[in-house]
Design a protein around this ligand. Structure first.
Ligand SMILES: [Zn+2]
Ligand SMILES: [Zn+2]
Ligand SMILES: [Zn+2]
Length: 258
């Protein structure tokens, strides 16, 4: 069983989540639990290593709902608030386990965290702060978490170079708008691809649905899951029947074994 990767979708919505505050559209008013989307994040268990990707503003709720009590590492895709604003919510995991949690990110993201979360990383040793080991990674170099190889997948988000991650049979990519062919080739035929699909219209920094499907077509994974959806995508029920076979809309709380 340890050789299987468990992937849990903690959140599958775009930056505003669904429902959007004060929106009265059909998606936001939907009673289908799959249409309630917290900000995009996943939890991965593979070879006895527990990994959280991104710490968005819904993190507290996500840790509670999914009974996450320990983390071996946090990986950050990029610094945008919908992927980092909940960083402080890892405090109880630090208090419980009393070990600093390693956090892996590229240099630009590390610099951003040092500024925005100055109270965590400054010299001040206030007892209520979480302890994190900031580890700067190179977008072109594989690194190890407790011996488990993780390979960054550099992708472009609007103008911003950000990271996806390849871990064993999984490639996880969110907030991409462009992926270089060398990166596409490096994950060709992978067992499971997670990729972002915002809505139907063109967007300056995110794949729309067609671009996500085209990317899946190029990578040819055995199975693909879409994340980071906007309320403009419509209801899950209406959309899922229109997707190609082996392509699914992820939803919050979905757990898959790869
Ligand atoms: Zn809405
Ligand atoms: Zn972003
Ligand atoms: Zn985002």
């Amino acid at each position: 069983m340890e050789d299987r990767l468990i992937l849990k979708f903690l959140g599958t919505g775009t930056s505003q989540g669904i429902p959007v505050v004060a929106c009265k559209c059909a998606t936001c008013k939907s009673e289908d639990p799959r249409d309630k989307r917290l900000r995009t994040s996943v939890f991965i268990q593979y070879k006895n290593v527990d990994i959280l990707i991104d710490t968005g503003p819904d993190l507290r709720q996500q840790l509670l709902q999914n009974h996450i009590e320990e983390l071996d590492a946090i990986l950050l895709t990029h610094e945008h608030a919908d992927h980092t604003a909940g960083l402080d919510d890892i405090r109880p995991l630090y208090f419980k386990n009393r070990r600093p949690i390693p956090l892996y990110a590229i240099e630009r993201v590390v610099q951003d965290l040092l500024k925005r979360f100055q109270y965590i990383f400054g010299d001040n040793d206030y007892p209520g702060i979480p302890k994190l080991d900031l580890i700067t990674i190179d977008q072109n170099s594989e690194f190890l978490i407790k011996g488990l190889p993780v390979r960054p997948l550099p992708v472009i988000h609007g103008q911003l170079p950000i990271l996806g991650f390849a871990i064993g049979p999984l490639a996880y990519i969110t907030d991409a708008k462009y992926i270089d062919h060398t990166v596409l080739d490096s994950i060709k035929g992978i067992d499971c691809l997670v990729v972002n699909a915002l809505h139907f219209e063109e967007h300056h920094s995110h794949f729309n649905l067609q671009q996500a499907l085209d990317t899946i077509q190029k990578i040819q994974p055995k199975v693909a899951y879409l994340v980071h959806m906007s309320h403009h995508m419509g209801k899950t029920k209406n959309l899922e029947s229109q997707l190609p076979t082996k392509v699914f809309l992820a939803y919050d709380g979905l757990e898959i074994v790869i």
